[in-house]
Structure formats: C-alpha cells, structure tokens
Design a protein around this ligand. Structure first.
Ligand code: CP3
Length: 341
C-alpha cells in the first residue's frame, strides 16, 4: 500500500515496533470540541450531518488540525447501516432511537436495495484525503453485526440486551438471517469506503462483551471473520482493526480466529495480558477515557504505564473507548505532548 513506509499508523499495523507509538482516539471528533459543537448547528439532525460531505469532512479534520493525531477517523456513525437497510433511525437527546425490529416479519421489510443512500459518505472520504497531512492515515469504520443488531432489536441503547439475546437464543436461524443481512451491508459499506480512499478500517463491536463464549464465537467472531475475508479478497493490503469491547478472556480467541490485523483493547484489559496478546497481533489502546477527562498526574502516570508495558511490540496508542463529551480539549493537547516525548 502506498505510504506504508511513511505513515506511522500503517507501520505499526504492519507489525513494526516504533519508538513512539502512533496515536488516535476513538470519538476524537465530537462534542468535547467547541468547533464541533459550532459546526453541528449547521445541520438539523445528526444523520443529515453525517451525510453532508462538507460538514462530515470538516468534523473529521478538526481534531487533526488541533492535535495532530497520526490518524483521522472518518466522521460517520455505525447506525447509518440500519437506516440504509430501511429501518427508521433517529438521534434525540437520549441517544439513538430506532423502530425496533423483533421478528422475521420486520426483518423481511429490510433490504440491501437502498445502500446507495450511503454514497455521500464516500464523497466525504475523497474530500478528507485531499486535506490530510502526508503522514496522517485515514481510518474508515463500521459497526460489527452483533453491535448493530443490538440497536436494531432493542430500539436503542440497552441495559441487559434481553430482547436481542432472547431472539438469538430462541431462534438462532432467524437471528442469523438478521446478522447475515447486516454483514452483507457492512461488507459493501467497508469496500465502498476503501475504494473511496480510507487506508484502514475498524470494526466496532462495542457490545461483544455481553456474549457468553458459544454466542461470542457465533455472533462476534464468525461475522468478523467473514467480513475480514471479504475485505481481504478485494483489498489484500488493507488492515482491519477489530474492537470486541469487553471480550475479556475471549480477546485471545478473537485475535486468533477472526483474521483481523490488529485488536483494539478496552480499558479493563490488564497491561500484562495486553503484552501477551501483542505477541500475536498489533494492539491498540487502552487508556481509560475517564483518566483523559481527569488529566493531571493520573494522565501522565497512565500514559507512561501503557507505553512502558507495550513498548516491546507493535502498539497504537488509543483510549479503551470513546472520548467523553466532558473531556477538556487541553487534556488531549497534554496527551499529544506526553506521546511526543
Ligand atoms: O470521531 C470519531 O470517532 C468518528 C465518529 C464516530 C461517531 N460514532 C460519531 C458520533 C464513530 C466512530 C462512532 C461509532 C459509534 N456510534 C459506536 C461505536 C463506538 C462506541 O462508542 O462504542 C456506537 C455504539 C455508535 C452509536 C451511537 N452514535 C450512539 C450510542 C450515539 C449517542 C451517544 C452519544 O455519544 O451521543 C451516537 C451519536 C454520535 N455518533 C455522536 C457522535 C459525535 C453524538 C451526536 C451529536 O453530535 O449530536
């Protein structure tokens, strides 16, 4: 892949151990930045914002201008895929709200025929690529099928995932059709993003950690493996970062069976275990977002500990989950300074 020698993120993903880990932050664009909040007022609703190439490109670039991360992440959302499949998706004050689907009948109303609706996202990528510094990589992403299914079936965020798990346990064949549909849309979405110019993709399985092992193997690992192989069939050099948040002791199995290039580690993965995983694949993570929001000596100590523990192999510095809206931007600037030292 062109630029693989010069972009630190791509070097780490190729397995190189660098003196200073490349860094970016999940949710590095967003409400903690005053310039994002100002930009956000230019679109009526969040989905319209994501589908405006001008606004989404600007949101993608804002954190890069301010902090100079080694990677930009495309500004978009994992819930564009259910909307493209024909489900109603809204973002109110309390997070996402979807018209929940509960059975085969609701499933039959969804279709892959409307994926063109995602085309503005590819246009955003073209705009961003032209404006990024030479050493900054561009990351595309999608939600993993299990995580997207949780929102589609619960109708939003959930505490116990009883509906979506209930469907998966009661009628795995029917639930498997929903997962298969999301998987196909996700493959098309990721291939479209790579064709448009993203150099890496990340698969966010934010709710993988609520599944016991057999369900984790079937609904988290197997779809990831099929998505990775479809991406690799068309773009063999495109790295895929898998982020099965909360996978705990199952991280190891995910790393060895999904085929992902690298794994994103959540906040609670112990650094000793992270270093063990790093012998198999490059690792990304895993500063607690609350430590970034707290700042001060808690931040410098944690950054030092993570760097020290993972200095012996390929590491991409990141959070263990997304930046919190209350994070002072100066703390991100301080993190940039700590990582440059
Ligand atoms: O900077 C980036 O990381 C790129 C943009 C990005 C967004 N969402 C923008 C966004 C990315 C990578 C996501 C991923 C995403 N979206 C995930 C996976 C990562 C994770 O956090 O676990 C999930 C589960 C979603 C679904 C989603 N989108 C929720 C639950 C919410 C509401 C909660 C919230 O944070 O507001 C969103 C909305 C959303 N997506 C916002 C942003 C900046 C806030 C909406 C706004 O600005 O009005």
């Amino acid at each position: 892949m062109t630029g693989a020698q010069t972009k630190p993120l791509l070097r780490a993903l190729a397995g190189e151990t660098l003196d200073r880990p490349p860094w970016w932050l999940m949710r590095q664009a967003g409400r903690y930045l005053p310039e994002y909040r100002a930009l956000r007022t230019q679109a009526e609703d969040f989905i319209g914002f994501c589908r405006s190439p001008k606004l989404a490109a600007e949101a993608t670039l804002q954190p890069i201008r301010r902090f100079g991360m080694d990677a930009a992440i495309l500004f978009s959302d994992i819930l564009l895929v259910p909307r493209a499949l024909g489900q109603k998706v809204g973002f109110g004050g309390d997070g996402p709200a979807l018209d929940a689907i509960a059975d085969d009948k609701a499933l039959a109303a969804l279709s892959l025929a409307g994926l063109d609706w995602l085309n503005p996202v590819y246009e955003t990528i073209g705009r961003v690529r032209g404006d990024l510094p030479d050493t900054t990589a561009l990351i595309g992403f999608a939600g993993a099928p299990w995580t997207v299914a949780t929102y589609m079936v619960e109708g939003g965020s959930s505490r116990d995932f009883a509906r979506v798990k209930g469907w998966a346990y009661r009628d795995p064949d029917s639930f498997g059709r929903l997962i298969g549909l999301i998987e196909e849309a996700t493959i098309a979405f990721l291939l479209g993003q790579i064709a448009a110019g993203v150099e890496v993709v990340q698969l966010f399985d934010s709710w993988a950690g609520v599944l016991p092992e057999p369900a984790f193997a079937r609904w988290a690992i197997a779809p990831a493996r099929r998505i990775v192989s479809a991406v690799k069939a068309r773009f063999p050099d495109c790295p895929v970062i898998g982020f099965p948040r909360g996978a705990g002791l199952l991280y190891e199995r995910y790393a060895s069976e999904s085929g992902v290039t690298a794994i994103g580690l959540d906040t609670v993965v112990p650094l000793g275990h992270a270093a063990t995983l790093q012998r198999a694949v490059p690792v990304q993570g895993n500063l607690d977002p609350v430590i970034l929001a707290a700042g001060g000596s808690a931040l410098s100590t944690a950054v030092g500990d993570i760097r020290h523990a993972l200095a012996g192999g390929p590491h991409i510095f990141n959070l263990g989950h997304g930046v919190l809206p209350e994070t002072p931007p100066e703390h991100v600037a301080e993190l940039a300074r700590l990582l440059a030292a």
